[in-house]
Design a protein around this ligand. Structure first.
Ligand SMILES: Nc1ncnc2c1ncn2[C@@H]1O[C@H](COP(=O)(O)OP(=O)(O)OP(=O)(O)O)[C@@H](O)[C@H]1O
Length: 271
């Protein structure tokens, strides 16, 4: 099994300077160690403000850690010691999608242009190659080539989610990170999106790391679960092991509150 991502000693120390308009508060995260294998799905769970989003942002390169190292395959993607300038290939290797996906789609620009911009900046492809790639990617996420002419207001929530996904997978990343990707979607679109991501993972060998409060989805699609509390990973393991034999008190609490939402009949059913 090939490892795509390796994280060692990743640490973030809160400094009020970093968020000068927000209320000062003390928060530090890590040190975090984690390994990700090609094609696997990892869920990050935990209570509010446990540091899940911050970890995701550091992995995606949106927030700079204070210490540690992130290695994407053999390439050092980020390291404090070496302050390596991230190469284009590295930046496109890990991509992130957000919960409020419509905000990531500029309302004044047609879909084709939105998708072309990062390609234009990060690749050496010609205009016609980019157009073909964008069309193919739209089809891959279940949209039409003609959607390049559409503006945000002409798209449904589900279609907007697909555009965000298309944007994320265009540079053919190794790892896709998503912060609550299913939370804002209604149940039908949610299950379509889940299936779409599973399909893309199979086709592209994409590793998928997602944050979710929806433990039903977590149990359904994650191979492994990472549990966070107060900026630390307090427990991690195979999904079924975590759900059946949670060790840490916080994990027990999360699993119990999830089980209380499942109809009792389902719980008592023999396997
Ligand atoms: N860019 C940042 N700079 C400094 N501090 C941050 C940054 N992003 C988040 N934090 C701090 O990290 C802490 C954890 O927040 P985070 O959003 O990671 O939690 P979370 O586990 O994702 O919570 P939720 O489930 O509510 O989304 C908070 O105290 C927040 O203020």
């Amino acid at each position: 099994m090939s490892q795509v991502l390796s994280v060692n000693g990743l640490t973030f120390r809160h400094s009020s300077k970093k968020r000068w308009l927000k209320k000062p508060e003390v928060f530090s995260l890590g040190p975090i160690d984690m390994q990700v294998i090609k094609g696997e799905t990892i869920a990050i769970i935990g209570q509010n403000r446990s540091g899940k989003s911050l970890l995701a942002k550091m992995l995606a390169g949106a927030v700079e850690p204070d210490e540690g190292q992130i290695q994407l395959q053999e390439e050092r993607y980020w390291s404090v010691k070496h302050r390596v300038a991230r190469k284009k290939a590295d930046i496109t290797g890990i991509r992130m999608i957000f919960q409020h996906n419509s905000e990531s789609i500029n309302p004044g620009i047609p879909v084709g242009q939105i998708l072309d911009e990062p390609l234009r900046l990060n690749s050496t492809l010609s205009e016609s190659e980019r157009k073909t790639l964008i069309g193919d990617t739209l089809v891959k996420v279940g949209l039409l080539r003609e959607h390049i002419y559409f503006y945000r207001h002409m798209l449904s929530d589900g279609q907007q989610q697909r555009v965000s996904l298309a944007k994320a997978i265009l540079p053919n990343p190794k790892v896709l990170i998503a912060d609550e990707p299913f939370a804002a979607l209604d149940p039908t679109i949610r299950s379509q999106t889940v299936n779409l991501i599973l399909k893309l993972q199979k086709e592209m060998g994409l590793a998928f790391i997602f944050i979710s409060h929806n433990l039903g989805i977590v149990r359904h699609i994650a191979d492994r679960v990472i549990v966070m509390d107060k900026g630390q990973i307090i427990e991690s393991g195979k999904t079924e092991t975590i759900f059946r034999w949670p060790q840490h008190e916080m994990t027990k609490k999360l699993v119990l509150s999830y089980q209380s939402l499942i109809p009792q009949q389902t719980l008592r059913d023999p396997e």
